[in-house]
Design a binder for this molecule. Structure first.
Ligand code: GLC
Length: 579
């Protein structure tokens, strides 16, 4: 990779333009990057209020450079009443005081760039907070006004408009519509909210909305960000007429169901829900692509689009749209070799047909952490989470073992991988959160029927034996941390052979040394159906996902997710061998 000195001359005074940054550029870094997701409220807390913040992130960036990732993606830190942990944005171009100031952001960005880490921020275009000035103006304005047309207001059905405009159900449970009250106290129109009632959907048919969001992109690009993770990138456009729709029972909360995959074949396209994956979203992303092109260097858009099958998702990453899309089909795959082989093959093929790299991801802030998910004994739909009363609770030892094997497999695949904060520590889902500590709107909107996503969002442990495990200077933690997390803390794993942290570090450094991210895989046969085996350049990767040990070829072991006796690969273990 060539290293260029880039002057971030379009950034504002106090920010990263102050220094010249040394970052590989012009080589489409995102094609093979490992991108680390920071969930700001749970990463590092500098002021002891129990909520992580930007200065906290800055203070801990060294450890991410040391880990060996290429970039960071920050979940929202923008002005917000925090009804959905910041995914309810009240001002797209300012920092919420909970997290700091714009100047704290600039400092964080400059430090990240100094360390050679790219920075991606979260853009939440589908909806605003109900505290956003635009929504307040819409409520205050009369029906049919330009202000109302920025959102999805509709008259209700029934004699007095008392019935919601259609039958759509919110991702977080309950109806997708809320009735308003007119300034004179009479019941008014309804507005659409795919998510919480505090997250009204914008009307993306309205050119004014499109223009505003281009300004938001420019604001952050001018400050020097390397790109955007685009929230709900499959939701912006709704089918004309907003027809009634009932999703299949096996659809996760964010999208269509998972059609069965057959080896080498894409599933037929399932029915497209009227609020997901409408063709109209693509012209929006083309216009964003053009804005990114106005800027120097490789800037990137990554779609959070829960779209299946992968051949359809590939439309989000055509050459003139986004650069990446999260591969949730991979994340949703079971711990099963034939299924994983099929998903890997299909992913590389589907994205390849449009010239895009595949991405890989196992955990994020919306799903059960993979150190727990991979050992679940019962079906669990995305967004439901797990808690004390869930069926099939995971065996933590088995879960961690599988998670380590799964990560070692993922990091050997060509393309770009996403790592979610805490997974490099082997963190499990926090299952036993007290009911009164839960904060996910899913928990409230379903009256406790679905636990939601708090269990993967608990502040992460840095130092054993310290208050809040060193997350902050006090014991405060916005979600309570389990009492037995000393063993997961970063300092107790750092430099310790065999720890999950050292496994990640080794995998990332070998991945870079052997250029696995830009490589290609060749499947190897002869290991049986329950084993995944391929070579990627100079490295052979073998994952035993079956129930009996497997004989290994004679070769130097570069990495093993568990200790491996000579010549034998135990179950739930991945090795990398030198070819
Ligand atoms: C995305 C985010 C999720 C959020 C939702 C609504 O799925 O990842 O956390 O609740 O969008 O913005």
């Amino acid at each position: 990779m060539t290293v260029e000195l880039t002057e971030t001359s379009d950034a504002p005074e106090s920010s990263s333009q102050a220094s010249l940054i040394a970052i590989g550029s012009g080589t489409e870094w995102w094609r093979s990057a490992v991108i680390y997701q920071i969930y700001p409220r749970s990463f590092a807390d500098s002021d002891g209020d129990g909520i992580g913040d930007l200065p906290g992130i800055t203070s801990r960036l060294d450890s991410l450079a040391d880990l060996g990732v290429d970039a960071i993606w920050l979940s929202p830190f923008f002005t917000s009443p925090q009804h959905d942990a910041g995914y309810d944005v009240a001002d797209y171009v300012d920092v919420d005081p909970l997290f700091g100031t714009l100047s704290d952001f600039d400092t964080m960005l400059a430090r990240a760039h100094e360390l050679g880490l790219r920075v991606i921020v979260d853009l939440v275009p589908n909806h605003t907070s109900w505290d956003h000035e635009w929504f307040k103006a819409a409520l205050a304005a009369p029906e049919g006004s330009p202000e109302r047309d920025r959102y999805m207001f509709r008259d209700g059905l029934g004699e007095n408009g008392e019935i919601a405009p259609n039958n759509w159900q919110s991702v977080f449970g309950g109806p997708m519509w809320e009735r308003t009250t007119n300034p004179d106290g009479t019941p008014g129109q309804w507005y659409l909210h795919i998510f919480d009632v505090s997250q009204p959907d914008l009307n993306w048919e309205n050119p004014w909305v499109r223009e505003q969001m281009l300004g938001v992109l420019r604001f952050w690009l001018d400050r020097g960000v390397d790109g955007f993770r685009v929230d709900v990138a499959h939701g912006l456009i709704k089918e004309a007429g907003l027809p009634d729709y009932t999703p299949p029972a096996d659809a996760g909360s964010m999208g269509g169901g998972l059609p069965p995959l057959e080896p080498g074949i894409d599933a037929d396209e399932p029915e497209t829900p009227p609020y997901w994956a409408q063709d109209g979203v693509h012209e929006i992303y083309r216009s964003w692509h053009e804005v990114l092109d106005e800027y120097e260097g490789d800037r990137v858009l990554c779609a959070e689009a829960w779209v299946e099958p992968l051949t359809k998702l590939a439309r989000w990453v055509r050459p003139d749209e986004m650069q990446q899309a999260f591969n949730f089909t991979y994340l949703s795959a079971s711990w099963n070799a034939p299924e994983l082989r099929t998903v890997i093959d299909t992913s590389i093929h589907a994205f390849g047909t449009v010239g895009a790299p595949s991405t890989w991801v196992l955990s994020n802030h919306d799903v059960v952490r993979h150190a727990s998910r991979l050992a679940l004994g019962a079906d669990n739909l995305q967004g439901d989470g797990i808690g004390p009363a869930s069926p099939g609770l995971p065996d933590p030892v088995l879960g961690l073992r599988r998670a380590r094997a799964a990560t070692a497999l993922m990091l050997a695949l060509p393309g770009s991988s996403y790592v979610y904060q805490g997974e490099e520590l082997g963190l499990p889902e926090a299952i036993y959160l007290p009911d009164d500590a839960r904060q996910d709107p899913t928990w409230f909107r379903t009256k406790g029927q679905r636990y939601g996503r708090d269990g993967c969002r608990v502040p992460i442990p840095w130092e054993a034996g310290k208050p809040s495990y060193g997350f902050g200077p006090t014991t405060a933690s916005w979600l309570p941390q389990p009492g037995d997390w000393d063993e997961f803390s970063r300092d107790s794993q750092n430099g310790v052979a065999g720890s999950t942290l050292e496994l990640y570090k080794l995998a990332l450094s070998l991945r870079s040394e052997h250029e696995l991210g830009t490589g290609a895989i060749d499947w190897l046969s002869g290991y049986g159906d329950d084993v995944i085996a391929f070579s990627n350049g100079a490295v052979t990767v073998i994952s035993n996902i079956g129930s009996v040990p497997v004989e290994l070829p004679v070769a130097t072991v570069l990495l093993a997710s568990e200790s491996v006796d000579e010549g034998v690969l135990p179950v739930d273990t991945t090795v990398w061998l030198a070819n």
